[in-house]
Design a protein around this ligand. Structure first.
Ligand code: MEV
Length: 448
């Protein structure tokens, strides 16, 4: 097939079956009816529900299913939660549940929101005298705020709105470059649309006021806005979660072979490595985001924003480091996580996606701050479970135990084969090849 055959104008105008038919014809080599049937088999049987999902994005041809699990027994600030988690990686939910249970009888998770400020910028160029510009800015600040009143009024009624406006002159980035940095409080909303609307209003007012400003006559009059956009880096929208107990209360590990003191010491060493080695820090933090992202997705929040922000935060002193810390002091073990989480419990997808809405209901309809505390605690639990495995039995034992089911699915194992395989691999090392050979033996085949 020639490359230009794969080019199409007006794809978005086609109906869903037409889109599918075109795709199948141009990009698939398998039997066209099989491909069509497979995509269509994931359409929602309820037409209205399907319409809703199609409306969330564009050019949809089907739905992509992800497992929705729950992790029970999360004690956070003395409240008990059963946490919804949407994630494709086996063993993540099991690990979170296991850590939740471990800490349940050791005081549970404690969490507190440290700050809730969101931020955005108008980036612009003005090449006149900076002293004059600062004076201009001070004079028109009130007009900027007034000009955005239509947008901010409702948020103000809810207790939010603008927190501060600051002008930064940064010619080292670009000749004549300024940024108007705006801090926001968006209460229970993630607030992206609100923030961007306010920033665009500020951009307009800045441009029109600069054009009229008499003191600029004779100077380069034109203020050129480059862009107006929120920043997903919200270091001031921060939450802390921690667990702590006496070292002696940690119990023993590896069937009694590792005592609590040895575990605590090794845990501290693992965290010290993650704090100072960026290679380890990246994987360590990935483990934290296994938990965080799963709840972010389940509650209809934006996991790309949350990840981007967290990784910038992890590198805030110039080196990428672990987000969590462990300390053994005076016989006490303390493990904590500080992470920026700009989440919402109203607006966006939170009430549009029926399951996001149910997730929030499952969490007793939390405020955004409570959701920050829950999510940070799940991230910490996930991290605890991963490091605990790494420094004791290793990660593969638990991981492969869960992954066994994926391998069995790959070989289309029957229910009976599954039961026998699970029993067999209780004591054997699990690998793709080992499962393949085991099934071949059961099926009396030389090769599956
Ligand atoms: C796997 O998804 C996550 C871990 O690698 C995290 C870690 O190493 O801490 C287990």
């Amino acid at each position: 097939m020639k490359t230009k055959d794969k080019m199409i104008a007006g794809f978005s105008k086609l109906s869903k079956p037409e889109k599918l038919a075109w795709l199948v014809k141009h990009f698939f080599t398998s039997n066209p009816m099989d491909v069509m049937r497979e995509f269509a088999s994931f359409w929602h049987t309820n037409v209205e529900a399907q319409k809703l999902f199609d409306g969330i994005s564009e050019n949809t041809i089907t739905n992509f299913y992800m497992p929705y699990g729950v992790a029970p027994n999360f004690k956070i600030n003395n409240r008990i939660y059963c946490v919804p988690m949407v994630i494709e990686e086996s063993s993540v939910v099991a690990a979170a549940s296991s850590a939740a249970k471990f800490w349940y009888n050791r005081g549970g998770f404690k969490a507190r929101v440290l700050s809730t400020t969101k931020v955005g910028h108008v980036h612009f160029i003005w090449k006149g005298d900076p002293v004059k510009f600062y004076s201009f800015f001070n004079q028109i600040k009130a007009r900027l705020i007034q000009g955005a009143k239509d947008i901010t009024a409702n948020m103000e009624k809810r207790g939010g709105g603008l927190k501060s406006l600051k002008l930064n002159y940064l010619p080292e980035i670009e000749e004549g470059y300024y940024q108007l940095k705006v801090d926001f409080e968006t209460c229970d909303a993630m607030g992206a649309n609100f923030i961007n609307s306010v920033l665009e209003s500020f951009a307009k007012t800045l441009t029109s006021e600069a054009y009229k400003y008499e003191d600029f006559y004779g100077e380069e009059q034109n203020l050129k806005v480059v862009m107006a956009i929120l920043s997903n880096y919200t270091p001031e929208c921060l939450v802390e979660s921690w667990v702590e107990c006496k070292v002696s209360e940690l119990g023993t590990f590896n069937n009694g072979e590792m005592c609590a003191e040895a575990f605590a010491r090794k845990f501290e060493q693992a965290l010290n490595i993650a704090r100072n080695d960026s290679f380890r820090a990246t994987t360590h933090n990935k483990g934290i985001y296994n938990g965080i992202d799963a709840v972010i997705i389940a509650t209809g929040n934006d996991f790309r924003a949350i990840e981007a922000c967290g990784h910038t935060y992890a590198a805030r002193d110039g080196q990428y480091r672990s987000l969590s810390e462990a300390k053994v002091d005076n016989g006490w073990f303390r493990f904590s996580l500080k992470v920026p989480l700009a989440v919402g419990t109203v607006g966006g997808l939170t009430k549009v996606h029926p399951l996001a809405k149910r997730s929030l209901e499952l969490l007793d309809n939390p405020t955004a701050e409570e959701l920050m505390e829950i999510i940070a605690s799940v991230g910490l639990a996930q991290n605890f479970a991963a490091v605990r495995s790494l420094i004791t039995v290793g990660i593969q034992k638990g991981h492969m135990k869960m992954h066994l089911h994926n391998i069995l699915s790959h070989f289309k194992a029957t229910e009976q084969e599954r039961v026998t395989a699970v029993q067999h691999f209780e004591k054997e090392t699990i690998s793709f090849n080992a499962v393949r050979l085991f099934l071949a033996g059961m099926r009396d085949e030389s090769f599956v």
